[in-house]
Design a protein around this ligand. Structure first.
Ligand code: ADP
Ligand code: MG
Length: 698
C-alpha cells in the first residue's frame, strides 16, 4: 500500500487503488479528475440491500434482497431457452430466470444450495420471478452480513461498473475523514443556522452512504436536507460568480451616448406602425441605460413576433446619433441577411451606412466594410460570428446587439467585448431573446443582466390556430395548401430532423419538395436548407418574401427570426420529434401579420406520452410563457436556457427546476456573504466553478 495513503483530496484519481490508465480516462469522461471530484459525483438513486425481505411478502415491481434455498434448477426449452432456478425461504417460492447462462452456472445452482439475490420482482408463470438477478452463493457455515447503508447508484459511463465507482468513492470518503481540512466548511455558522443546513462533510458522507433508516423517498427525489445542502452551496456559488461578472463589467467605463440629432424622430415618423406600449417602455429603459457612462448589460425578452427588432433599431440609432458604431450579431446567416435588409429598408432614407459581414462576404465587400469600420464613420455592422473574427477592427464600437442570445455563449459575448477594448472603453450590450425565462430562473441564470420585457404583441395579431394530424393524412393537407395559395396566402412546409444529421434533413427536404411540386403543379414551390450556398439561400428568401414563391419547403434553418408577414400557413412534419420551445419558435414564423394563420403539426404514430403532451400543449396555447413553463417541466432548465450553448457553468448537483424554491434564500445568503463575509466568496466560487469563467477577460 502506498505510504501516503489515504491521499489528499486534491490528488489525482490515479493514486487510488483500482485506477489504471483506462479507468482514469473513463473517470475523466465523467468530469472526475481528483479524489475530491469523486465526493461531488453524487448518486442518481439508491437501492436497499440493508434488509432481507421474506419471499412471501414480495410485490411485483419492487426491487428486493432475498435469501433462500434452491429447490429445483432446470433448463426450459421454448421460444427462448432459459435456465430456471426455484428458491424458497419457507414463506414462499421465487423463480430466478437466466437467458444467458453457462453449464457451470447450472451446476452450481444445485438443490439445497443457499443463495442470496437482488433484483426486480415481476410476475412469472407459476411464482414471482427475478430475471438475471445479482446473486451470491452462501456456504453452509457462512454468515453473510447485509449492507449497512443504502447502496448508491452513480451516473456512469460505458465500461465503468457501479461496483468500481462505489469502491473508489469509499476510498475518497476515507481520505475525507483523514484530511477533513482539505474540504473546509466555507459557509459561516450564521448561514448554516439561519437556513438550517447540515455541515458540508456530514452532507457528503450522508449522500454517499445513507443509513438504513434514511428517508429513502426524499433521497430518491433529491430533496433530502443533505442533498439540498449541496445544491444550496452550488447555486450560491453560481449566483455569486455571475454577480461578480456583472460587477467586473460595470466597473469599466463606457461612453455615454447622449447626443441627439433628429434621426430617431425621422425614423419613427416613417415607420409604417406605431410602437406598442411595451416596446416604448423597453426602448425607454434602453435609452436611459445608454445615456450613462457605465456599460449597459440588458436582456430584451419578448415572445416570438413581439417586435424586438425595431427596439434594437432605436438603440442603434442612439449610438449613430452620438457619432459611434454598432454591431448587430445574429445566430445564422439567414437571420443576418434578414436584419441587414430590414435595417436597410428602415434606414436608407436616413443615409446611415449599413455593412453586412457573414462567412460568405467576398473579399472586396469585406475590405470595403473593414475600411468603413476602421474609419470612425458612424455605421451599423450586421453579421454572424464573422463579426468577431480576427482582423475585424471597429474604430468606434460603442453598442453590441446580440439577437437570439441562447445561441451564443457567455464566452462569445466576452470575445465581442474585446472589440471595443483597445480603447479601454467598453461597448454597451443589448441581448435579445424570445425565451421567456421565469423570473426567479432569470435572476440566477442571468444575474449579470438587467431585463426589459415586451409582454404584448403588436395590435391585430390573431392567435395561430393549431391542428395536430397524423402523417397518414398527409394528402388532405395538399388540398389545404392549394386553397391557401389560391387565396393569396403563403405557406411554409418544414421538414424536421430525421436524425441529428443535417445531410439527412436536407435530403428529406429535397424529396418533399419534389413530392409537393408533383402534387401541386400550379403552385410555385421553393426550397431552402442549411447546405445551400449563402447567396442561394438569400435569393430564395427574397423570392418568398416578395411573394414570387408561394410555398417554401424548408428545414429548421428557418427556426429563428425569419419574418415574412404574409406567410400564414405552416406545416411541420414529424412534429413529435421537436422540443416544445422549438415548435413554438417555428410556429412563430406565421401569425406575424394581421391575417388569420394556421399551423398543422403532422406526427408519426405511435406517440410517446411526452410527445403527446407536447403536441397537446401546442394545440392549446400560443403563449410563449406557458409553453416555456411546460418545456421546463418536461425537460428541465438546462434545455430551456440552452445551458450548453449559452456557456453558463453547468450545474453538477443542483437542478434549477427542482431547487427553484431555494433561490430566494440563496439571494439572501449571497447578500450576507457580500456584506459580512466577503472572504468566503472566492473560495466558494473556486470550489464549484473554478475554471468556468475567465475573469481575466473582463
Ligand atoms: P421578434 O420579436 O420575433 O424579433 P420582429 O421584430 O421580427 O419580432 O417583429 C415581427 C413583425 O412585427 C415584423 O414584421 C415587424 O415589422 C412587426 N412589428 C413590430 N412592431 C410592430 C408594431 N408596433 N405594430 C405592428 N407591427 C409591428
Ligand atoms: Mg427576432
Amino acid at each position: 500500500m502506498n505510504s501516503t495513503y489515504p491521499h489528499s483530496l486534491g490528488a489525482s484519481v490515479a493514486v487510488l487503488h483500482g485506477v489504471g490508465a483506462r479507468v482514469e480516462e473513463k473517470l475523466n469522461r465523467l468530469g472526475i479528475y481528483t479524489v475530491q471530484d469523486l465526493l461531488f459525483h453524487l448518486p442518481l438513486r439508491y437501492i436497499d440491500r440493508t434488509r432481507i425481505i421474506p419471499i412471501g411478502s414480495l410485490q411485483a415491481g419492487e426491487s428486493a434482497l432475498v435469501q433462500g434455498t434452491v429447490e429445483l434448477t432446470q433448463i426450459k426449452f421454448g421460444r427462448r431457452r432459459s435456465l430456471l432456478c426455484r428458491i424458497s425461504d419457507g414463506t414462499g417460492a421465487l423463480t430466478l430466470r437466466f437467458f444467458h447462462f453457462s453449464k457451470s452456472q447450472q451446476d452450481r445452482l444445485q438443490r439445497y444450495t443457499r443463495i442470496r439475490c437482488y433484483g426486480q420482482v415481476r410476475h412469472g408463470t407459476q411464482t414471482l420471478e427475478m430475471i438475471h438477478p445479482e446473486y451470491q452463493l452462501i456456504a453452509d457455515d457462512q454468515l453473510l452480513p447485509v449492507d449497512e447503508h443504502l447502496t448508491p447508484i452513480y451516473p456512469t459511463t460505458d465500461g465503468l461498473q457501479q461496483n468500481r465507482l462505489r469502491k473508489l468513492t469509499a476510498q475518497a470518503l476515507t481520505a475525507l475523514k483523514r484530511h477533513n481540512n482539505d474540504l473546509p466548511e466555507l459557509l459561516p455558522d450564521k448561514i448554516l443556522k439561519k437556513f438550517n443546513l447540515p455541515e458540508l462533510s456530514t452532507a457528503i458522507v450522508y449522500v454517499h452512504h445513507p443509513p438504513p433508516d434514511a428517508a429513502t423517498r426524499n433521497l430518491m427525489e433529491g430533496i433530502h436536507p443533505a442533498q439540498q445542502r449541496l445544491a444550496f452551496e452550488e447555486l450560491l456559488a453560481q449566483y455569486l460568480s455571475l454577480r461578480r461578472l456583472r460587477q467586473h463589467l460595470r466597473s469599466h467605463e463606457a461612453t455615454a451616448l447622449t447626443r441627439h440629432g433628429n434621426l430617431t424622430m425621422t425614423f419613427l415618423r416613417q415607420l409604417p406602425f406605431t410602437l406598442t406600449t411595451a416596446q416604448q417602455r423597453a426602448a425607454n429603459e434602453i435609452r436611459m441605460d445608454l445615456k450613462i457612462g457605465t456599460p449597459m448589460l440588458r436582456l430584451l425578452q419578448g415572445d416570438v413576433g413581439s417586435g424586438k427588432t425595431v427596439v434594437a433599431a432605436l438603440a442603434a440609432l442612439q449610438a449613430i446619433e452620438s457619432g459611434y458604431q454598432v454591431a448587430i450579431m445574429a445566430p445564422t446567416e439567414l437571420l443576418a441577411d434578414q436584419h441587414y435588409s430590414t435595417f436597410h429598408g428602415w434606414l436608407k432614407a436616413l443615409a446611415v451606412p449599413i455593412i453586412l459581414f457573414t462567412g460568405k462576404s467576398n473579399k472586396s465587400e469585406r475590405n470595403r466594410g473593414l475600411s468603413i469600420l476602421a474609419s470612425q464613420t458612424p455605421c451599423i455592422a450586421v453579421g454572424t460570428h464573422a463579426l468577431f473574427q480576427q482582423g475585424v477592427v471597429f474604430a468606434q464600437l460603442r453598442l453590441i446587439i446580440i439577437d437570439e442570445q441562447h445561441r451564443f455563449g457567455v464566452h462569445q459575448r466576452l470575445a465581442l467585448l474585446d472589440k471595443g477594448q483597445h480603447t479601454y472603453i467598453f461597448p454597451h450590450q443589448l441581448i435579445m431573446t424570445a425565451t421567456p425565462i421565469p423570473r426567479t430562473l432569470a435572476m440566477t441564470a442571468y444575474a449579470d443582466l438587467d431585463i426589459s420585457i415586451i409582454d404584448e404583441l403588436p395590435p391585430g395579431r390573431q392567435p395561430v390556430n393549431t391542428a395536430v394530424i397524423p402523417t397518414s393524412k398527409r394528402d388532405d393537407i395538399i388540398t389545404r395548401i392549394k386553397q391557401a395559395c389560391n387565396e393569396g396566402r403563403q405557406v411554409y412546409w418544414v421538414c424536421t430532423l430525421i436524425e441529428e444529421s443535417e445531410v439527412l434533413q436536407c435530403e428529406a427536404a429535397i424529396d418533399t419538395c419534389q413530392y409537393l411540386k408533383d402534387k401541386l403543379p400550379t403552385i410555385k414551390v421553393g426550397l431552402i436548407h442549411g447546405r445551400m450556398k449563402g447567396a442561394d439561400k438569400e435569393s430564395i428568401m427574397a423570392a418568398f418574401k416578395s411573394g414570387e414563391l408561394q410555398l417554401l419547403v424548408a428545414t429548421t434553418v428557418i427556426e429563428v427570426g425569419v419574418d415574412v408577414p404574409n406567410a400564414s400557413l405552416m406545416i411541420i412534419e414529424n412534429a413529435e420529434r421537436l422540443g416544445l420551445f422549438q415548435m413554438h419558435q417555428l410556429r412563430g414564423r406565421v401569425g406575424r401579420g394581421s391575417m388569420k394563420s394556421d399551423c398543422v403539426l403532422l406526427y408519426q404514430s405511435p406517440l410517446t406520452e411526452m410527445a403527446r403532451t407536447r403536441l397537446e400543449t401546442m394545440r392549446n396555447t400560443n403563449n410563449g410563457f406557458e409553453i416555456a413553463q411546460k418545456d421546463l417541466e418536461l425537460r428541465g432548465p438546462g434545455e430551456l436556457l440552452g445551458t450548453r450553448q449559452s456557456g453558463l457553468p453547468e450545474l453538477r448537483i443542483a437542478d434549477l427546476l427542482r431547487d427553484v424554491k431555494l433561490l430566494p434564500d440563496i439571494h439572501i445568503a449571497a447578500n450576507i456573504l457580500i456584506n459580512q463575509y466577503p472572504d468566503c466568496i472566492q473560495p466558494l466560487i473556486d470550489r464549484w466553478h473554478g475554471k468556468d469563467i475567465d475573469y481575466g477577460k473582463v
